[in-house]
Write a protein that binds this ligand. Structure first.
Ligand code: UDP
Length: 234
């Protein structure tokens, strides 16, 4: 395997496949668990950061709820998603630990960096809940932060698009996919890989990002083994 320790960032909306009629699609969760198991069985240490957008997003909420209050609600949403993923992974005989940036000890361990690394070394999948624990951030930033803290080899952004394109491939038929692009070129070309805070955190710490399609069967394992899947930003 090319990468020994990875951080997988999944958006909350990946869990319902964009279908707002239900919050979490159990078929999608099972599909993801099977993909994650392939990587665990290959001996790769894997940490997961999951978004909350399928349940609540503070930054864009316009329901009269304060921004900070909404952000905390969004962070709680990520813990719900983390619990869902944890349960399904355990049903597939994968050992897991859920670590939350906001203390809620009945359901998750508090985030302690050294403890997270210890879990990874023991082969447990570590799920980081509650993002960074701070309002005004996103789970992309939480992913970038945790990936750096655990010294992950790479941050994998699992999406429903198979990489970074010159333009939105759903709108522009002439859009071309990048196999690889530098951080600087991505900025200069105005390509959106992650939000700015997350992107900068990766760039400053030379943490490569791979954007790939999490729905493709075997894709996660291919990425981790070094096959050219998705777009590498470095
Ligand atoms: N959030 C936050 N701080 C964090 C991470 C998340 O305040 O460190 C809040 C923010 O309101 C965000 C919501 O949680 O909109 C859900 O996370 P995000 O939008 O990143 O989820 P995704 O788009 O990946 O589903």
């Amino acid at each position: 395997m090319k990468y020994k320790r990875i951080l997988l960032k999944l958006s909350g909306e990946a869990l319902n496949g964009g279908d707002k009629s239900h919050v979490i699609d159990s078929d999608i969760l099972v599909k993801f668990a099977k993909e994650i198991k392939k990587v665990v069985d290959a001996g790769v240490e894997i940490a997961i950061v999951i978004g909350g957008g399928n349940i609540y997003r503070g930054a864009t909420a316009d329901s009269g709820i304060d921004r900070t209050q909404g952000d905390y609600m969004g962070m709680l949403a990520t813990v719900i998603n983390g619990m869902a993923i944890q349960s399904v992974l355990e049903n597939h005989d994968i050992q897991t630990r859920l670590l939350s940036a906001i203390k809620m000890e009945q359901i998750a361990e508090p985030f302690i960096r050294r403890r997270a690394i210890r879990h990874l070394e023991k082969g447990r999948v570590v799920i980081f809940g509650a993002g960074t624990g701070n309002p005004f951030f996103s789970t992309d930033s939480g992913g970038a932060l945790r990936a750096n803290e655990i010294e992950a080899d790479v941050l994998l952004k699992g999406t429903n698009v198979d990489g970074v394109y010159t333009a939105d491939p759903r709108k522009d038929p002439n859009a071309v996919k990048y196999d690889e692009i530098s951080f600087t070129d991505a900025i200069n070309k105005g390509l959106k890989v992650m939000d700015k805070t997350a992107f900068t955190l990766c760039q400053e710490n030379s943490l490569p990002i791979i954007v790939f399609d999490m729905n493709g069967e075997g894709n996660l394992l291919k990425v981790v083994s070094g096959e050219k899947v998705g777009t590498l930003v470095k």
